[in-house]
Design a protein around this ligand. Structure first.
Ligand code: MRU
Length: 354
C-alpha cells in the first residue's frame, strides 16, 4: 500500500484474512471482525459491520478473492465459480454502485488474461482487490483537495450520514473535504445530522470528527431547517451511493430533504463521490434500486423499542436527490457543474479506461 496518510483504516487485509472495524459497535467499542470466506463477507456487508459505498466495494473485492482462493480445477471451472461468487456478493446490498463496480472490474481483469489457469487467475483477483483498495485512498485524497477549494475561512458546513474514512479506505468523500481543509489549516466547523434510523451521523461522523479534532456540533435531523434559517450553514456536502447519468443521486435517507432545504435557503449543496459511484447504466434516479431494511431499525433505537410493538413501519435506506438541487459533484476529476450531461464526460472516460 502506498504511504498515503489516512486518519485511520477501517478495512485491513492481512495473512489472507479480511479484518473489518465493526461499525455497529461504534462509538462505544472498537472491535475488529475477521472474515475468512465470502459468506462472512456477505453477512458483514448486509448487517452493516462495514457500510458506505466505497467501503462496501473494497470489501466485496476482498470477499471475491476469499470466495475463490481455495478453488482447485480448470480455467472454465474457475471462471464459473468467480461469476457465481460475484453474483452472491452483489446480492448483499442493492443501492451502492461501488459494490458491483469492484466485482465487475475484477472479473474484467481476470477475463483479459486469456489462457491463464486457475492459480494465475487467483493471483489476479487478489492483486486487483488490493488495487481497488489502494486506488480508493488516492481518489478520496483528490476529492478532498478539490472540495476544500469550495470553502472559505470560518465557513460552517452541514453533512448527513457518514461519508468519511469509515465509509471508504480511511479518508472519506464528504469528510475528505473536511480533512483537507484541516490540513490546509483553514478554520471551519461542521454541523452533523444525527441520521436516523441507524445514526451514522451521531455514531460515526461525530466519532471521526471528534477523533480528528475537527470542530463539530451534532443536531437531530429535524433541526436542519431552523439551523439553516438562522443563517448558520454556508454549504452542505454529502456522499453518494449511486449517481445516475443525469445527476440524480441516491444517498442515505434524508439527504433529499436536506437538499430541498438547502435550495430554499440559497445554500450550495454538493455531492462528493469518486467515479466508482457513477452508474453508466442508470439514466435517471428511477433506475436506482432503493434498499428497504428491516422494520426494527425504525421501531427501535439501539435495540430499545420506541413505538407500539405491533406498529407497521416503512424503512427505505436511501432516497434520490434530483439533479436540479445539486450545485456540483466533487470528484477525483474536479468539481463537475451543470450541465451534467457535459461535465460527466470526464467520468465516462475514467470508467471506460478501468
Ligand atoms: O447505509 P449506509 O450507512 O451504507 O449508507 C451510507 C451512505 O449513504 C453514505 O453517504 C454513502 O455511502 C457515501 S460513503 C462515502
Amino acid at each position: 500500500m502506498k504511504n498515503l496518510r489516512t486518519p485511520f483504516s477501517p478495512i485491513r487485509f492481512k495473512n489472507e484474512t479480511l479484518y473489518l472495524l465493526d461499525q455497529r459497535k461504534l462509538p462505544g467499542q472498537e472491535k475488529w471482525l475477521p472474515c475468512r470466506g465470502s459468506r462472512a463477507v456477505w453477512h458483514a456487508i448486509r448487517e452493516m459491520v462495514v457500510r458506505g459505498a466505497p467501503a462496501i466495494g473494497i470489501t466485496a473485492g476482498y470477499g471475491l478473492y476469499l470466495g475463490i482462493r481455495s478453488f482447485r480445477g480448470t480455467r472454465e471451472g474457475f471462471l464459473a465459480k468467480l461469476d457465481k461468487e460475484a453474483r452472491y456478493l452483489d446480492s448483499s446490498r442493492p443501492t451502492a454502485r461501488n459494490l458491483a463496480y469492484a466485482l465487475e472490474r475484477i472479473i474484467r481483469k481476470v477475463r483479459r488474461c486469456s489462457g491463464g489457469q486457475a492459480e494465475q487467475l487467483k493471483k489476479i483477483v487478489r492483486e486487483e482487490a488490493l488495487q481497488i483498495h489502494e486506488d480508493d485512498i488516492v481518489l478520496c485524497r483528490k476529492i478532498g483537495s478539490f472540495g476544500s477549494k469550495l470553502f472559505k475561512k470560518r465557513d460552517s458546513i452541514l453533512t448527513h450520514c457518514n461519508a468519511g474514512g469509515l465509509a471508504t479506505s480511511g479518508y472519506g468523500t464528504a469528510l475528505a473535504v473536511f480533512y483537507a481543509l484541516q490540513e490546509k489549516k483553514i478554520p471551519f466547523s461542521v454541523f452533523v445530522d444525527e441520521t436516523r434510523p441507524l445514526l451514522q451521523g451521531a455514531r460515526l461522523t461525530a466519532w471521526e470528527l471528534t477523533k480528528s479534532k475537527i470542530p463539530c456540533r451534532l443536531i437531530c435531523d429535524n433541526m436542519a431547517a431552523s439551523v439553516m434559517r438562522a443563517g448558520k450553514i454556508d454549504g452542505v456536502v454529502v456522499g453518494a451511493d449511486r449517481i445516475a447519468m443525469n445527476g440524480d443521486t441516491a444517498n442515505k435517507i434524508g439527504t433529499y430533504g436536506v437538499a430541498v432545504l438547502a435550495k430554499v435557503h440559497g445554500i450550495p449543496f454538493y455531492v462528493a463521490a469518486p467515479s466508482t459511484t457513477f452508474d453508466l447504466q442508470a439514466k435517471t434516479g428511477s433506475d436506482i434500486p432503493i434498499e428497504e431494511r428491516p422494520s426494527h431499525e425504525v421501531s427501535h433505537v439501539q435495540g430499545k423499542l420506541m413505538a407500539p410493538k405491533t406498529v407497521k413501519t416503512f424503512n427505505p435506506a436511501f432516497d434520490v436527490t434530483p439533479y436540479a438541487y445539486i450545485r456540483g459533484f466533487i470528484t477525483e476529476a474536479g468539481v463537475l457543474k451543470p450541465p451534467f450531461a457535459k461535465s460527466f464526460r470526464k467520468i465516462k472516460l475514467l470508467l471506460k479506461n478501468k
